[in-house]
Design a protein. Structure first.
Length: 276
């Protein structure tokens, strides 16, 4: 082996797994605001899990599911009935029993995973939309607008350090939104170039799937559920549990200290007290 071969770095291809918590819905028919009503969240969270070894994580979660299904303690639990298409098929924090959640978190904490997320206060978004409609009566809000803007914010600093990226989005609806997501990611790169003068041409592969088909989407579902519990219910014990794996959580609309919002990190943990 030649010296040049020894010095050639191994290409790094990174995989991100993306999901949302809450939803981007603001209005019902005829423009009635429903944010905060039963069934409609106050916050929208978009995040991704940077998983160092997706194959190993998927194997451990799949093994855990089989162990739980074989455990007589869960016999006759509805969510363990395959026909209900819940825990028996895929881990989903909202549907899983507390005992199951604890076991899932235990598995996740044994892996090299980093969590990144953007949080938007939908009440602030409502005000902005209503103001824009006053200025432009023909303007109509669509939930995809909020989602795509969060994609651009979320990925601005995460698409330039490696040789290639595969971004696996949790599937939303039946329409193909690949082009819209490509545009949002290109906006992220453009914003990075504008702010820091950093450019990148590393290829990005976009995929969309249901969590039952891509196990690591269940990973980000769990982390975002923990964030959502804090924002919607002022309960931070789940997020505190996984906080050692947190990268950056960007709260865009908490402008009490700075106009750009708040960046939570290991040096500035996100807790109920920090938002008080």
């Amino acid at each position: 082996m030649t010296k040049s071969q020894l010095e050639t770095p191994t290409p790094v291809f990174r995989q991100y797994f993306v999901d949302e918590a809450g939803d981007a819905t603001l209005f019902k028919r005829r423009g009635k605001v429903i944010v905060g009503n039963d069934g409609c969240s106050k916050f929208f969270v978009l995040g991704f899990a940077d998983v160092a070894d997706p194959i190993s994580v998927a194997a451990d979660l799949d093994s855990l599911r089989q162990d739980l299904l074989a455990d007589p303690y869960f016999k006759d639990v509805p969510s363990f009935d395959i026909s209900n298409r819940k825990t028996a098929i895929t881990f989903h924090a909202k549907d899983d029993l507390p005992e199951v959640r604890r076991e899932v978190f235990r598995v996740l904490l044994n892996h090299d995973i980093r969590l990144y997320a953007v949080v938007r206060d939908k009440r602030v978004i409502v005000d902005k939309v209503l103001n824009r409609q006053q200025e432009r009566p023909t303007y109509r809000y669509h939930p995809n607008q909020l989602y795509d803007r969060c994609v651009s914010r979320l990925f601005r600093d995460h698409l330039h350090k490696d040789d290639g990226y595969t971004i696996q989005f949790a599937k939303r609806g039946s329409s193909d939104r690949t082009e819209a997501l490509e545009n949002a990611l290109e906006t992220a790169r453009r914003n990075l170039r504008s702010k820091w003068g950093i450019t990148s041409a590393a290829p990005i592969e976009i995929k969309a799937a249901h969590s039952k088909d891509v196990t690591c989407l269940q990973v980000i579902d769990y982390y975002l559920w923990a964030i959502q519990r804090l924002y919607e219910r002022n309960e931070d014990r789940f997020l505190s549990l996984v906080w050692p794996q947190a990268g950056v959580i960007y709260d865009v609309d908490d402008t009490r200290e700075a106009e750009y919002g708040v960046y939570y990190s290991q040096k500035n943990p996100l807790t109920v007290a920090s938002r008080a």
